[in-house]
Design a protein around this ligand. Structure first.
Ligand code: BG6
Length: 429
């Protein structure tokens, strides 16, 4: 149920872009269909191009922001109360800094009811992320900022906390006494499509692992909030991230491998590109609860299938086999647990069968992550967003990898359609 029924203006910078068309507008539509938008709600789509449908302005010109301010005041005249204003920046990374600055200088950033929604990338390494954080903090308070990592809003990601908290069997065994290893996988079938320009500046580590997968790792490793206090979750994720670092092998080398799919250089138009489309690395946590548990994080494009899942492998003991728990985010969000049973028959053969739960079977209309993101921001709920401190912490974790790559040979080439399991095996060599 909508909790916050304040009149609302949602301003989308970059309304004609791919993200707005594919995710934001359908998400608004979906929230409207289930009657969860505030009663007074207006979308102002902002573009720099000439477009009759949308609000046109020069985002580099202070005068235009002052005009926008008057325009918004005009809209609010018809509202019963002062509106909350959400500024959603769905624009290329280099444009963020100046839009934020002009929002600040024009006075548009002020006010407890003003929110700033930001899309990744939040910088490209630790120093640039620090710089961006400082620039934004000049005009917006942390409580006004909503940094989107849509993986946090996926149904199964939100369920990690509930699953861990609500099931005492797993709650009690969620530590290194019982757990052997944690494997977090984000396999994508798609290549870079028409995003060559973007991808040439990012690569798999920054595009997917640093944000999406480290956030999932934090949800798995963090301490649980008391009484489902969702608002405490970003702080708990932060504490978990602080304890992580990339593991090193016996020779002192970082445990990381990178690859590039065959054909990428042609697709990207850069015959010398050293950008990785696959990365796999091993993390370790200094939390005594996770002592000795390897946490592997892997992602790649142009692989054999689309699959995002977290595999928790339990320890094998003399009496017990190694159970495996799978928390699957996509394509079929759900939970799977391998249990050992006797194969029916005269011989006492033991084998594994899987208990499975698939959300879509029961809830065919799962809300999309972007619906949840927007709904949460409308309702001032920060629990599905990454805080500035979390972002810096995740850049700190991958910093060693970024630095080591500057000095080492480029990625190995892999065949399109390879499996992520096969590729991550190179990590163990
Ligand atoms: C985005 C990345 O953040 O996430 C893309 O920039 C990636 O490269 C996408 O394809 C994956 O999101 P989803 O929700 O389709 O798994």
């Amino acid at each position: 149920m909508i909790e916050n029924n304040l009149p609302t203006i949602l301003l989308i910078f970059g309304i004609t872009g791919d993200l707005a068309r594919r995710y934001l507008l359908p998400a608004i539509n979906a929230i409207a269909r289930v009657n969860e938008l505030p009663r007074k709600f207006k979308v102002v789509g902002i573009t720099r191009q000439s477009d009759k449908l949308f609000y046109r302005m020069d985002t580099e010109n202070l005068e235009d922001y002052l005009k926008l301010k008057r325009y918004l005041n005009g809209i609010e005249k018809n509202f019963p109360a002062k509106a909350q204003r959400l500024f959603y920046l769905s624009v290329p990374a280099p444009a963020v800094k100046s839009i934020v600055k002009f929002l600040g200088k024009s006075g548009l950033a002020k006010g407890g009811r003003t929110k700033l929604l930001l899309e990744k990338p939040f910088g490209s390494d630790l120093p640039s992320a620090k710089g961006l954080t400082r620039d934004i903090a000049k005009y917006f308070k942390e409580s006004q900022i909503y940094r989107i990592d849509h993986y946090l809003a996926k149904e199964m990601a939100q369920n990690i906390v509930v699953f861990r908290n609500g099931n005492s069997l797993f709650k009690k065994t969620w530590n290194s006494d019982f757990i052997e290893s944690i494997n977090i996988l984000g396999s994508e079938k798609i290549g870079i499509k028409d995003r060559a320009h973007f991808y040439e500046q990012t690569g798999a580590l920054r595009d997917y692992a640093q944000g999406h997968l480290l956030q999932l790792a934090a949800l798995v490793l963090m301490d649980l909030p008391d009484q489902y206090e969702w608002k405490n979750i970003p702080d708990l994720r932060l504490l978990a991230l602080r304890k992580l670092r990339v593991a090193r092998d016996k020779r002192g080398n970082l445990c990381v491998v990178r690859g590039q799919y065959a054909g990428y250089r042609r697709e990207s138009g850069n015959p010398k590109s050293a950008v990785e489309t696959f990365v796999s690395f091993r993390l370790e946590s200094s939390d005594p609860k996770w002592s000795g548990v390897p946490i592997t994080v892997s992602t790649g494009k142009a692989l054999d299938k689309r699959l995002t899942e977290i595999r928790i492998r339990y320890k094998k003991t003399k009496e017990q086999e190694a159970n495996e728990l799978v928390l699957r985010l996509q394509p079929d969000p759900g939970i799977e647990f391998g249990v050992f049973t006797k194969r029916p028959g005269y011989e006492r053969e033991i084998l594994v069968h899987h208990l499975q739960f698939n959300f879509m079977e029961y809830y065919p209309d799962l809300p999309d992550a972007y619906e949840q993101v927007l709904w949460s921001a409308l309702n001032s709920d920060h629990s599905l967003f990454a805080s500035g401190a979390e972002i810096l912490e995740s850049w700190r974790i991958v910093d060693d990898i970024q630095k080591s790559w500057e000095k080492s040979a480029g990625p190995s080439i892999y065949k399109k359609g390879s499996s992520i399991h096969k590729l991550q095996r190179f990590l163990n060599r």
